[in-house]
Design a protein around this ligand. Sequence first.
Ligand SMILES: O=C(O)CCC(=O)C(=O)O
Ligand SMILES: [Fe+2]
Length: 268
Amino acid sequence: MAMTDEEKFRFDLTGFLVRPGILNADEIASIRDQIYRIYHDRESLPPAHRAMPGGPASVLIDHPRVLEVLHEIIGPDIRLENTYPVWRKKGECHGALHGGGPQQADPIFGYRVLNGRIHAGMVRVVFELTDIEEGDQATHFVVGSHKVNFTMHPDHLSLEPGKRSPFLMGYTCPAGSAVFFTENVCHAGPVWTRDEPRVGVLNAYAHLATHWHRLTIPPEVLKALPREKQAYFRQPWVADFRTDPATRNTMERFVAGEEPPVDTDHRP
Ligand SMILES: O=C(O)CCC(=O)C(=O)O
Ligand SMILES: [Fe+2]
């Protein structure tokens, strides 16, 4: 099922969108187990599973219910440029509200709609692997701030109860849901307040031609992925004009060839 008109309207209006329950119970359990071990018992995992997006989490790289949204809001040619797991215990947080405002003009983050099409810069997808309930402090957004024309006003940047912007919004969803947001919307990962940890994976996707995060995925993790999944880490270029017609950096070309993904031999 492609992105619906209502989903497009909602994403454009608010800057985020939830697709509930796209992962099955086995996928949720095996990725949770992998993240548990990454945080608490790394040695029990094979080296190729010790970081995202290896092992069970590799199902998230190109999940069809995620790709169909990304193709609609970024474009047909995308890369996965950053990914990390969270096992967030009570009292831990990602941090304060950030993003939003005039970085809208930036080619990496900017959010535009032209000719009936959304052209979002970087889009993060949070795969929630814990049920997110009403009042939970999962990712929060100042809705609409991905399009704001002024710098974020301090009156709208508090996470303190009683001082929060009326436009600050969270979400509820079952474990196994995907939450999409443009990195240009002002957002935060507030202090998690439940005894049960928040478990999830955050992937950042972008247009094939851009690359913001320096890649930090260990080479042994990338090398163990099938070519079809490595293709999301291919070199960030679109056309090679040494040939006539120009060679396009398509997924199909990468899969058929032997070119390594970007930075495979670099260990930061
Ligand atoms: O941890 C969160 O809920 C938000 C994470 C975040 O802000 C980010 O990855 O850009
Ligand atoms: Fe962020």
